[in-house]
Ligand binder design. Structure first.
Ligand SMILES: [Zn+2]
Length: 195
């Protein structure tokens, strides 16, 4: 399934989720007949489908659609890719930046495809650790570069708004394959992204 703007909502899913949201809002003590809340269950149902659309998209297909033979074999870095995802423990957002680097091995990929791969995995219920690995493995297995590196820095609303209420803490995860397992290559990448 190609990556495209999410416009078509599954009517059956929207209806089912809408009814459940209505009950949830009532259980939380609200009046769903209040003016501002009349269409909220439907809006929430659609928003959640949008935020989890990654289940129906194939990141491998996205990468394969824009791979080109090229002899360039220096490090390629795309940094500061915006990230918005939902933690699978609380279904609350976590958000931040993703930095990706790879060293080509005969093939390069269209640069805009890397943020799309991030979105496809991020628009699912996630933990930051698995998200990091999935992006890493997808690029490694599909593009088969000499090496790939992924760093994610994110703030988690489930930490900021509830529980420990550590409002300024940022969680960093990283993963390295191939050439990036060498300390010099890894350090060059970290330096280039300002870490
Ligand atoms: Zn959480």
């Amino acid at each position: 399934m190609p990556y495209k703007v999410f416009e078509e909502y599954n009517m059956q899913v929207t209806d089912d989720v809408k009814d459940r949201y209505k009950r949830i809002i009532e259980d939380l003590g609200e009046d769903t007949k209040r003016d501002g809340l009349l269409k909220t269950p439907e809006r929430a149902a659609k928003a959640m489908q949008f935020l989890t659309q990654g289940y129906h998209q194939d990141p491998v297909e996205i990468l394969e659609s824009a791979m080109f033979e090229e002899s360039y074999d220096e490090m390629v870095i795309v940094k500061d890719i915006e990230l918005y995802s939902l933690c699978e423990h609380h279904m609350l957002p976590f958000f931040g930046k993703v930095h990706i680097a790879y060293i080509p091995n005969g093939q390069i990929v269209g640069l805009s495809k890397l943020p799309r791969v991030v979105d496809i995995f991020a628009r699912r219920l996630q933990v930051q650790e698995r998200l990091t690995e999935q992006i890493l493995d997808c690029i490694n297995d599909t593009l088969k570069p000499q090496g790939v590196a992924v760093v994610i820095e994110a703030s988690h609303m489930c930490m900021m708004m509830r529980g420990v209420q550590k409002q300024n803490s940022i969680t960093t995860t990283s993963g390295f394959r191939g050439q990036f397992e060498k300390i010099e290559t890894r350090n060059e990448f970290l330096k280039l992204i300002g870490k």
